[in-house]
Every structure is written in C-alpha cells, then in structure tokens.
Design a protein around this ligand. Structure first.
Ligand code: FBP
Length: 704
C-alpha cells in the first residue's frame, strides 16, 4: 500500500511516462532501424554513369519451347541484354530516360528480404531521370492490379522502408493472373492508370505471369518487367551451354543466413545440454537450396537434400530384378523407409561415441523427391483440381473432415473397380493411402495454393520422417545395436567407487572391452536388465539367485539411449528478416536495372544481375528473356507453360563439397562437433559471408 489514491497513482505514472529516457527506450524506431534506413547500398559501375543503354549478349543461347513460341509471339525472340553505362548516348536514349512515366510495381508470392529495395532502386532511378514520373504500388499482390487498388509511392514512403525486410510497404498476395478475364482486368487497370510499365517482383510463377502480361499488353505499349524474388533460391538461370546468367533470386541469402544463425544457436544448446536431437525443417517449397546453404553455413550433424534422395538407385534391387529377367522400377529414388534408415544410422553412430544429441536439417520440400509420395501428390492434385473445376464448392469446403475426404476417395476407388476407364485412384492407391498416419493423410489432402501447388509448408514433413525414425530406433534398441557408448574412464570410476574390479566385469558386459577404444559398447545381446543378468550368470560372474551389482546396473542403464526430440520450423522468420548486405545491394541494383530496361523500351525481360557469385566489382546488370525460360509442367492436373525452376544440382561443386564433408560434420567420432558459427546477419562491411557459400563454391568450378 502506498497510501495514494488511484488518481494520484495514475498522475504519477503519467508524469513518469513523460520522461525523455522512457520515450527513448520504448520508441518504435530502434537504433538498429535508424541505422538500416540510413544505409546506402553501393551501385554497380553502370549506374554511376548518367545514362544506360542495352547491349545484346549473343553469347547466351536459349532453347525456345515451341509452345512458348506459339503463346508468346511478340516477346519470344527477346535476347539477353546487358545494361551499359553511358556518358552521352545521344538523343533517343536521353529522351528515353527523361520521359515522364507512370510505372506500376507489385509484389507477388511469399515475402523475401530485399523487396523494399527493389522499389527504392526503381523509385530513385526513375525520379532522378524525370522528377515528375510516378510510381504506383499495387496493394496485396496481383489482386491490387485486378482491383485497381494501389498507393502512389512517394519519397517519404520509400525512405521509411529502405533496407528493411518484409513486403510491408505494399503487402503481397498469391493470386495468379491466369485467365482471359483476369488478363482483361489487369489490362484495364494499366490503361486506366496510364501505365508505361509494370514491374512484377515474384518467383517462377509470377515471372511466368509477367511474360504473359508482357504479351497481352504488347500492343498497348505497356512494358512488363519481372524481378527474380524467392527465398527458395530456385530462380537460377543458365543458358543452354551452362553459362550462369542469374546465380540466385533475391532473398535467398538472407533467409539462409537467418536460418543458419538460429540453427547454429541450437547446435550450441544441443552440445551443451547433450540430451536433445533438434529436428529443423527448413523452408523451400520444392528445391533444397536453402537446406544445402544452411549445411554449408553451420555444418549440422545431418542434412537431407531432396534432390539427392530422388537420384538414389538401389543397386541390390536392380541386381535381383536383373537376375530374374525383370526391371524393378521401385529401385529408383529413395523410399521414406530408406530415408529413415539413413537418419537412424547417423543417430546410432553418434550414440556409440556418447553423443546422444545433435541437429538434423530436413528440407520442407523433401517429400516431393520421394517417389511413393510424389505419386500420391500428383494423383490428389488432379483429383482436387477436377473436383474444383466441376463443382460449385471447392474440395476442402465440401469435404471438411478427413473422414469425408477419405470416403470420397473410397468412392473413386470403387468407381475404378467398376469402370476400368476410370483409373486415377484405384483400390491399391486407396489401400496404400489408408496405411499412412492420419496427420500425413490430412497433409496430403490440404488445400493447394492458387497456383495449384502442393503446400509443403503446411505439411509436417519432419514429423513424417521422424515418426519412422523413432519406430526404427526402437527396433534397433531391441536388437541391441542402438546403445550409448560409455567412456572407459567413466566405467572404471563407477566400478571402482562401487568397490568392483572393472576388468573382471568388462569383457562380459562390453563387445569392445580392451580394444583400446575411447567408448565401450554394451554387447548387442544385452537389451534389458533380464538379459544383463542372464549374461552375468552365463559368464559365471554371479549366481542364478544373485543380484546384479549396483555399479553394473548403473552402467547398463547409462547405455540405454533416450531419444528425445525438439522440432523447429525455419521459414517465415527468415522470410521476414531484414536483408543482408548481399540482398540490400542486389535488390537496390535490381530496381535500378528494371528502370534501365524500361527506359530502353524492353518488355518481357527479367531484371537480373550477372556475376552475383563473384566480387561486387564484377556485378553486371542484365535483362533476361523470360519467354526463353519457359517449359511445360504439370499444374492443377494439366500441362502449363511456366518458367523452369532450378533444383539442387547434385553434380555441382557446392553439393559435392557438402557430400565430401558430411561424414566429418556428423562427428560420429570421439571429440568435439564441427559446428560452424555463421554469426548474425550484417548489412554492411565485408565478410566471408558477403554472398551465399553455395555461389562461392559453384563459382570455383572443378570436375571430380
Ligand atoms: P515464393 O516462391 O512465393 O517466394 O514463396 C516461397 C515460400 O516461402 C516457400 O519456401 C514456402 O513453401 C511457401 O513460400 C510458403 O507459402 P505460404 O506463404 O503460402 O505459407
């Protein structure tokens, strides 16, 4: 009790809150924020000149898909165009720069660190060239274009978001402009706003959209430029001869560094507390680029790379089939069971040297690379898409519970039995599907995104895999092969403290006693107190009615591993992180590149920076023809023309280095783990992490 009235107390608090120190300590704008806003990313050389032209790069060759030629006739012959800095390029180019323009910009898909700097780069370049030009930011992603919902981007708005993560300035969305009706709505908005150009900042699907919009708006004279965004890092462009034109999309480096920093913290905790296996699911809808980069940054004990699992060939099965004169198609690609065995092997090996803890990185898109699951995904994609195309309600609203969905699938299976021409879901599929755990079934039946993609981020990939791991570890424990190694000194001390001779019991209890190893392994036949006693009796160390000596029982109990896990998901946090120096600089120059392409009349091009894998001095802004990157892919159950995604190349130097080092990083040997501290994200200053390690390694080339 203070003896003061409520009124007096409130007044005193009000006075207290007015103190300058309190205002400063609790202000929304932190020092870190102020510093970030004040940072100016360096410019590529070409942007230091007053004007820019475009120079065709004939050295980059592309294979243009016949379907793309048909659907994108006005932009398909575009070639790669390098941006060149000019002091005095002549009238037309100067005019092109100074022209007063209206440019629209939109974010599409998941946020990726650096997006605001694309806007800043575009805004700065545009308003410097012609101060009355205007930039319109479409709100909530492509929906903003369809609904003509936008804000005019001013210097104050840009200045409030420089070098900051997220897409907060204009938000984002996943709507795809994929129908004639939506195209017309988009066209209407562009014409109403009198847009000269539209910049679409997005992933493979959004850049696909950019190409189709460029085609649609070609005759209206509205230029459309794409910008390669996605933390997944799967926009990597090479020409037909393997020349790297765009090494990675923006946002990848920051997300990977954010995940790496946090996962390294887990490595510290795990190797201090020595009782948990930390299971880290890392984003990346399909490709495992983020998982690979995290592995190179942190050296966790195990990292799965989906692309490698898909490439696996079970030689033994092939041989057996060959002997029988048949082909075993199931021998290609790893099964979920085999993946779980691989993880178990690492866990068992580490336990044997006293390390019953560790960190495992599992890529979010792993299941895409597991054959058996892939078949389900494709079939269910088609079933859901067909349902949505022919009914007035969507699949998930009509069948809200798992029971309803399973019943619908059962009906389809019955139909296939009665009518041979209907075969998308047969009774064998139904039987196999019903063996899966309910949460996994639920995951496979979750709503697809608006592009018809399976939403791996909603799927508990890690739990699916680790469920099998836990089951198998139990079996290995029963077989006596999964044991904690006991340090020789610790064994000797425990026995001596109990007044027992270690050498008397050692050979009976351990399979490697006296072999000179640092860790002793209890015999495989000893899997319980009962079997321990049977062994001691058999070896004549105690009588049938005798008691197991307490120190021996203590040692046995220490050898029984308790497998305890903690699950973590690294995705949205890294996606929203403030960008690294690499991404701040990359994106600011991307915005400038987009303007240079527009000022020189380009359309249907993706703004990119060549040589990202090299030192900043070598970075070279470039326009890449999007139409030339298209191929046919299954989407919502049909073949569609889309920009090709890049998967992890398991023959690349980055992957080969990882594969060569992973056994060391498993650290299934006595001694310290090999964890690497990548440190927190920086946005200024040079460091070895100034660009992704994957890019550094791939640039070194090498054939092995
Ligand atoms: P983009 O390809 O749109 O950049 O998004 C990538 C991603 O972050 C994936 O890694 C992840 O699978 C997905 O978005 C998550 O999507 P959502 O935002 O719909 O949860």
């Amino acid at each position: 009790m203070t003896g003061k009235t409520d009124f007096q107390q409130t007044k005193a608090l009000d006075e207290f809150l007015k103190k300058e120190e309190i205002e400063r300590a609790t202000a929304d704008a932190s020092w870190a924020l102020k510093e970030r806003l004040a940072f100016t990313p360096p410019l590529c050389e070409v942007f230091k000149k007053p004007y820019r032209t475009l120079e065709n790069v004939d050295a980059y060759e592309f294979h243009r898909h016949p379907e793309a030629k048909k659907q994108l006739p006005d932009i398909i012959d575009n070639v790669a165009q390098r941006v060149v800095g000019e002091d005095d390029p002549g009238g037309a180019v100067i005019e092109g720069h100074r022209k007063q323009r209206n440019i629209g910009i939109v974010f599409s898909g998941g946020p990726a660190p650096g997006g605001h700097n694309v806007i800043a780069g575009l805004f700065d370049a545009l308003t410097k060239a012609s101060e009355n030009s205007r930039v319109f930011g479409f709100l909530m992603g492509p929906d903003g274009i369809l609904e003509n919902n936008y804000i005019e981007i001013t210097a104050d708005i840009v200045n409030a978001y420089r070098n900051l993560g997220g897409f907060g300035m204009i938000k984002t969305g996943r709507t795809k402009i994929d129908s004639g009706e939506k195209m017309q709505k988009a066209r209407k908005t562009c014409l109403e706003l009198n847009l000269d150009a539209l910049v679409i900042v997005g992933g493979d699907d959004s850049n696909t959209n950019a190409a189709f919009l460029a085609q649609e708006l070609y005759k209206d004279g509205v230029q459309v430029i794409g910008v390669p965004k996605t933390i997944d890092g799967d926009i990597q462009v090479k020409d037909v001869n393997g020349h790297s034109i765009c090494a990675v999309s923006f946002g990848f480096h920051t997300a990977a560094r954010a995940f790496a920093h946090n996962i390294n913290n887990l490595c510290s905790d795990s190797s201090s507390d020595v009782k948990y296996w930390h299971i880290c699911k890392v984003m990346g809808r399909v490709a495992s680029h983020l998982a690979l980069e995290v592995a190179l940054q942190v050296h966790p004990n195990m990292t799965l790379i989906g692309e490698e699992l898909a490439d696996f060939v079970d030689e033994e099965r092939i041989e057996n089939a060959r002997a029988e004169g048949t082909i075993d198609y199931t021998a290609y690609g790893m099964t979920l069971r085999q993946v779980s065995r691989l993880i178990c092997d690492g866990i068992v090996r580490r336990a044997a040297v006293g390390k019953n803890y560790g960190v495992i990185v599992i890529p979010e898109g792993l299941l895409e690379f597991i054959n058996e699951i892939q078949v389900f995904i494709i079939k269910l994609n088609t079933i859901i898409a067909d349902y949505n195309a022919t009914h007035d309600t969507d699949f998930n609203s009509h069948f809200p519970t798992l029971k309803d969905k399973l019943e619908y699938l059962r009906q389809l299976a019955r139909m296939s039995r009665e009518n041979q021409s209907f075969s998308i879901w047969n009774t064998r599929d139904d039987d196999l599907f019903n063996v899966l755990p309910p949460f996994f079934q639920e995951g496979l039946l979750t709503e697809r995104d608006s592009h018809g993609n399976f939403q791996f981020s909603q799927m508990e990939t890690d739990r699916v895999v680790m469920g099998l791991v836990e089951d198998y570890l139990k079996r290995l424990a029963d077989r006596g092969t999964y044991k904690n190694g006991i340090k020789v000194n610790s064994y000797r001390r425990t026995m001596a403290e109990g007044g027992l001779d270690p050498d008397f019991y050692g050979p009976a209890i351990f399979r490697n006693y006296g072999a000179g190893d640092d860790f002793l392994l209890v015999k495989e036949s000893i899997v319980s107190i009962k079997t321990l006693k049977q062994t001691l009796v058999k070896e004549g160390l105690i009588s049938k009615s005798g008691e197991i000596p307490t120190p021996v029982e203590t040692i046995y109990k220490q050898s029984v591993p308790k497998f305890k896990t903690q699950y973590h998901f690294y995705g949205y946090d890294g996606r929203g992180n403030d960008p690294t120096w690499f991404d701040c600089t990359y994106t600011y120059n991307l915005g400038m590149t987009a303007f240079s392409l527009i000022a020189n009349g380009a359309t249907g091009q993706m703004a990119a920076i060549n040589n990202l894998q090299k030192d900043f001095r070598d970075w070279a802004p470039i326009g890449i023809p999007i139409g030339a990157l298209m191929h046919l892919e299954e989407r919502t159950g049909k073949l569609a023309l889309v920009m090709e995604r890049a998967l992890v190349d398991i023959h690349s130097p980055a992957f080969r280095v990882f594969a060569a080092k992973r056994d060391k990083w498993l650290a299934a040997t006595p001694g310290e783990d090999c964890y690497r501290r990548p440190g927190p994200i920086r946005y200024s200053g040079e460091s070895e992490d100034a660009r992704p390690i994957t890019l550094i390694l791939n640039d070194l080339g090498g054939s092995f």
